[in-house]
Design a protein around this ligand. Structure first.
Ligand code: SF4
Length: 436
């Protein structure tokens, strides 16, 4: 029997795709997939975006040791890259492999467990900027839903937002070559109705290729022309990359989901500057209004952060009012958490935790109101949707979960007439019972 492994992924879609690439490379090297409580190797592919993410990793190590004491634990991913000494000090951890060596993880493990070599090894992370290769990967079961694969086509980020650890743990922006993306999408399009394109800073895709002549919109055109994929969805795109060309293409192509997700972080100009974000609120507003004008029924979402160091009541109110004024259909609200090594972690005063929590609650309520208003607007419409693995559910083009009147085969593109709102989404219209 060969050596068996289990990969547990944490964090964003990019990390999930990395995990899929690690799995594929291990299978290529002759390792066999197994359940977590039986595997010889348990690979924790980690995230470090918040202190809660770090905690999740430590908890997972304890859980693996409890349920599978013989497993050798490998920590890789962003936490391994940011805090290798901390990771290797966790009891039971055999290897720590940073993002800089993630592409070679199968080779490292194959060498490390070869007869005669001590398996209790540790790879110290090298200089992150030595990380040049793009680690391609496809997740075919993101979030437990096997019907909407996620294809990572970009990694890393050249920005230096003052709160963010990601550029330190993932390095500079790197793009998957266009031919590789076309091939992957063609292959996925044969099996799935919808393919999600993702990256750490997806809107920067292509800038590092062939003298910077590529743009995301150009790639989408190639995908529409050269593959049969029925629906493409973009994950997060920074506001300044929402070009007129990209938004116009999204609006005009029936094969691109009407869904714009663009990180805002805050609508307060002064906080945005302290965050070292590269746009002002007026730029952001201009892009969102353009998206709404071109796509009246699109999902429009944003990541927002509350409790950034020094955020005053007035700045928070400015943020809240800005968000209220824009046509968002959902928000991802994050509470600021100090990441050691980032400039923002050094700023004083930090906002007291109870105040951060209260601001989070206020924005979540605002987001819920906006989302409900949007869902109500969809009642009576017919929406195009992909049926999900979770029987009886579908996800609309504009990112709303629909409870179907009766279960349908997963992975179908269907038109659904909306009869009403459900607690978190929409309900399909049911035919009235015929009486008599
Ligand atoms: S754009 Fe800013 S927040 Fe996003 S990954 Fe890059 S540095 Fe981090």
């Amino acid at each position: 029997m060969g050596v068996s492994f289990f990969v547990q992924n944490f964090g964003c879609r990019a990390a999930q795709a990395d995990g899929a690439a690690i799995e594929a490379s291990l299978v290529d090297r002759g390792f066999a997939p197994a359940e977590r409580d039986r595997a010889d190797l348990v690979i924790l592919n980690t995230c470090t975006v918040t202190s809660a993410a770090d905690n999740d990793v430590r908890q997972a190590v304890r859980r693996v040791r409890r349920e599978n004491p013989h497993a050798r634990i490998v920590i890789t991913g962003c936490y391994a890259q940011r805090a290798p000494e901390e990771a290797v000090a966790l009891p039971g951890v055999s290897w720590v492999i940073g993002n800089s060596h993630k592409g070679q993880i199968a080779d490292v493990l194959a060498a490390g467990i070869a007869p005669g070599t001590p398996y209790h090894g540790q790879i110290h992370v090298g200089d992150i900027f030595a990380q040049k290769e793009f680690l391609g990967g496809v997740v075919e079961d993101a979030g437990g839903d096997r019907t909407r694969p996620n294809l990572k086509i970009q990694d890393g980020c050249n920005n230096r937002c003052s709160f963010c650890i990601i550029p330190f743990v993932r390095g500079r922006s790197r793009s998957a070559p266009p031919d590789w993306v076309v091939e992957q999408v063609r292959r996925l399009g044969e099996r799935y109705r919808e393919v999600v394109l993702s990256g750490i800073n997806l809107g920067r895709w292509g800038r590092d290729l062939e003298g910077g002549r590529w743009r995301l919109a150009g790639l989408l055109r190639r995908l529409l022309e050269e593959t049969g994929v029925e629906r493409l969805r973009l994950s997060s795109v920074e506001p300044m990359d929402l070009s007129d060309d990209l938004l116009g293409l999204m609006a005009e192509s029936p094969r691109i989901a009407k869904h714009v997700h663009s990180p805002l972080q805050t609508g307060s100009d002064s906080v945005l500057r302290r965050m070292r974000r590269r746009y002002r609120p007026r730029h952001y507003e201009d892009r969102i209004r353009k998206a709404r004008a071109l796509m009246p029924d699109a999902a429009i979402g944003a990541d927002v952060m509350v409790g950034f160091p020094g955020e005053t009541d007035a700045e928070f109110e400015e943020n809240r009012a800005f968000i209220e004024s824009l046509p968002f259909t959902y928000l991802h609200v994050f509470t600021y958490s100090e990441r050691p090594g980032t400039p923002a972690a050094e700023v004083r005063p930090q906002v007291p935790v109870p105040v951060r929590k209260e601001r989070n609650r206020i924005l979540r309520e605002l987001a819920a109101e906006k989302n409900l208003e949007f869902r109500r607007r969809m009642v009576g419409r017919t929406l195009s949707a992909v049926t999900l693995e979770q029987r009886g559910n579908a996800l609309s083009e504009n990112y709303l979960k629909i409870e179907l009147a009766s279960p349908r085969e997963p992975n179908q593109l269907v038109d659904v007439e909306i009869g009403g709102v459900s607690p978190g989404g929409l309900r399909e219209k049911t035919a009235l019972p015929v009486i008599g």
